[in-house]
Design a protein around this ligand. Structure first.
Ligand code: PLP
Length: 415
């Protein structure tokens, strides 16, 4: 294999970044861990691990309602993380950042709180065929409840959204268009700003599922003009069990709460009924995942501390290397070849089930994902049972790409 020029730049050195991720320094089945399952979940830098541990060691208390020093400290750290996330999304307002358990919960919140009050029989929900189940099933549930109808825009053979077909499905009946920013299975980046503009022109609101976008490039929700944008902390170098729903303030203001309980009320009375508190806490019932929020805050600060453009160039270098190699192999069928996609390589190896390929790679210490990747309708559309997916992140190296390709060669020898 030809040597590639070094991808290290003055401000982004993948080796320096890599050393900040302690989990990567271990052996699996006697071989150094090669982690290529980043679309499922990214690993955590020491800054995130330390922020969580430091919080539990020094500052833990419940937030918002305590009258003592620890409660003040925990609340300050929690609300600072909210402001850090707001800045990370391009300057959203504090009121617009709702902490959730993840992308899934964010979409369920919108489908329930917005959907049940705005959708009725015959109203349409426009989706794409490349959605993750998290952006399908909540809409199916609300459609069943309200009588709304789901429309699905097709995907081309190369794994791109058929934008003309999507536009043709927009009509005055469309109330909401929900779309994935970056496909977890294909790596395709959808033209979400254009799609949001079209949805608005049709009188619909637009929800963007950013679970696979925020870790690859900077996202500005204002420039995109999305009404709702969701992502998960664990795919962004942060903890599991925490995520974010960005919502346009006026929309959130007009929505009823979704879950009820402590923290989200102003006054509770059996006689007079309950009134709700202001944004963003109106949508945060119960004790929140405080450590998760603090860890997420540390993750976005960590990301902002690296040169993201250089990191994206590095990831693209990895993708080019793997793409060039896989494209030259006769027994490989690549799934998802859209131009401009993020560093995700989905493929099938002739004569082998994706799960077997995944297992044989694992025996060599190489972690990939095999299966339908929670995109069963997409698999059905492409007529395949699943794929092997190698997904790359900032800490992966060119040497690892080569080791992955050697690992694939070895898999062949077992078949
Ligand atoms: N949307 C996309 C595109 C995803 O890839 C995922 C997770 O894989 C989700 C939504 C759901 O994320 P979570 O399970 O963190 O809620």
């Amino acid at each position: 294999m030809n040597a590639l020029p070094s991808v290290a730049t003055a401000s982004f050195d993948p080796d320096v970044v890599r050393r900040q991720f302690p989990i990567l320094d271990q052996e699996i089945h006697g071989r150094p861990l090669l982690y290529l399952d980043n679309a499922a979940s990214t690993q955590k830098p020491v800054q995130v691990i330390d922020a969580i541990s430091g919080y539990y060691r020094r500052d833990h208390s419940n937030v918002h309602r305590g009258a003592h020093a620890l409660a003040d400290r925990a609340t300050a750290a929690f609300e600072k993380a909210r402001m850090d996330v707001a800045a990370f999304l391009g300057g959203a307002k504090r009121e617009e950042i709702i902490f959730t358990r993840g992308s899934t919960e964010g979409i369920n919140l919108v489908a329930n709180a917005w959907g049940r009050t705005h959708l009725g029989p015959g109203d349409e929900i426009l989706l794409t065929a490349m959605e993750h189940h998290a952006n399908i099933v909540p809409w199916q549930l609300v459609a069943r409840f309200t009588g709304a109808v789901i429309r699905v825009a097709p995907v081309t053979e190369t794994g791109e959204l058929d934008l003309d077909a999507w536009k043709a499905l927009l009509s005055e009946r469309t109330r909401v268009a929900a779309m994935v920013h970056v496909s977890n299975t294909l790596g395709t980046v959808n033209p979400v700003a254009e799609m949001v503009a079209c949805a608005h022109a049709a009188g619909a609101v637009a929800l963007v599922d950013g679970a696979q976008a925020v870790n690859h490039f900077a996202v500005d929700v204002r420039a995109m003009n999305a009404d709702f944008y969701v992502f998960s902390g664990h795919k962004l170098f942060g903890p599991t069990g925490i995520g974010v729903l960005y919502g346009r303030e006026a929309l959130l203001e007009a929505m009823p709460p979704w879950q009820g309980g402590g923290e989200m009320i102003e006054r509770v009375s059996f006689e007079a009924g309950t009134t709700f508190t202001t944004l963003p806490w109106k949508f945060e019932a119960g004790t929140p995942h405080i450590a998760g929020v603090i860890g997420l805050g540390a993750a976005v600060k960590w990301l902002q501390g690296i040169d993201r453009d250089a990191a994206a160039v590095h990831e693209q270098g990895l993708l080019e290397r793997v793409d060039a190699a896989l494209a030259g192999m006769n027994d490989i069928r690549r799934i998802g070849t859209a131009p401009g996609r993020v560093a995700v390589a989905s493929f099938l190896l002739a004569g082998a089930h994706p799960t077997d390929v995944g297992m044989l790679l694992d025996q060599q210490g190489i972690a990939v994902r095999a299966g339908h990747h929670c995109t069963m309708p997409l698999m059905e559309r492409l007529g395949i049972p699943g794929t092997v997916r190698a997904s790359f992140s900032v800490y992966n190296t060119i040497e690892e790409v080569d080791r992955f390709l050697e690992g694939l060669d070895k898999v062949r020898s077992f078949l």
